[in-house]
Design a protein around this ligand. Sequence first.
Ligand SMILES: [Zn+2]
Ligand SMILES: [Zn+2]
Length: 469
Amino acid sequence: MVVPKVAVCPICGKKTYMRIEDGGYLKEYPVRFNCINCRALIKGTYNISLPGQKGLILYNAKVEECDVDANSERILNADYVVEISGELPCAKVKAFDGKIIKTTPFINATDKIDMMDRINRLSYFVKNMEEWKAWRSIAFQLLNEGSTDYVPEALKHMMGEYSYKCDNYLKALHCLQEVVQEETKHLFYPESEDDIIAGLIADLAVIDRDKLHQFVDDKGGTDTLVSDYRKVIEIFSTFMNIYPNILPAETYMRYKTPEPLLGIATCSFEDLKSFYQDAYESLLSLLYIPVCMDNILMRSDYTSFDSAITGFVNDPGFRGARGSDYAKYVGMDNGKKADLINNAEPIQKTLRIPVNKDLRNGIGHNNYKYDGLTQTITTFDYRRRNRIKMQTSLMDVALDCLGLARAAVVFGEILLFILRQELRADNMHSAIHPRFYKKVGQNDRCPCGSGLKYKKCCRNDIGEMKPIK
Ligand SMILES: [Zn+2]
Ligand SMILES: [Zn+2]
């Protein structure tokens, strides 16, 4: 169903006819669009459960009812028209000829995506977001601020749908990671999150434990792994703040055919740019970890890089850190490390970090323009500010934000895998989520990646878990 309303621009007074989707799944969503005349960004939320005003609250613009002339079927109080949906891509704001539009724009989506999948995905999103806001996020805030003592309490000693007595901090981190997996399940497409994680752990399982230990030792021990994991958790927590703003991009990712003219009515560039920049920097600062895992897996030494990296750091023209290849690589700037990601190597290929150096630099140096009407971001050359460096759409940036959050989940899994191997020596242990053990036999290799038989590894932990309902 489409709710018609008119927004009055607070700057120039021009009026925009809003065609708002009032669906049954999302209870609340953000609203963003620009006034065509003066470009003011109009912001608000739509809340379907709010009685009276039919749920629309604009923070910075007055709302009017449509003034419809019954004879001519024209809307008399509107200059522009925009579509607004919390979970679907929308037509961008454009000039309005006054003729009332009777058909709903959102019915078109039925041909573009699988409807059952859409309904399941949205009810899952709504339930998880409510739980996130109500209590789960507290555990992440605690870890973020450096305390692990109350994390198990905050997560109610639960691993997904199971009870799990968290008597060590490794178990608490695994319960946190389980929340991360649940919240981000639909960012993985077309392959499922479970398949990607199971494949990643299977690849890591064959790693030489002594060489892995040497890497961790040289890098500063398990404490540094925990602080790296906190970086990943920070990315995830900030992502949860913008997730409702980019839900239409998650839907668009599933469109059977691309529709590049469609826009997004739940965010503006300002909602996304800090997350993009911070997540990009954090992930690339941790990139050496998966690269070193590949070094051990492929060349049995964490300091043995692939030929592209070795060639680069040993080129006579190389101007960077001095010393070993490892020292030179770690000292490189993040952008260069991004250029040298090798998707032919087993661990790096699972990351799929959406890197756009020019966008990152445009944001970092405040050297960009955003056009809210076309929803286009343009960045400029650092030295010659009139020279265009790159152009991209708001939808593509939203898709990249989904990709950065997805990559953070994979980084989290890699860090927890390493922690499990290292803490085993201290007799500290944790299972991964029970669903990964469903098909495993007593004598099979354990799904946690330890390399041990299931009966000698996670069986006891899994046996202790009980379904909560
Ligand atoms: Zn205006
Ligand atoms: Zn195990």
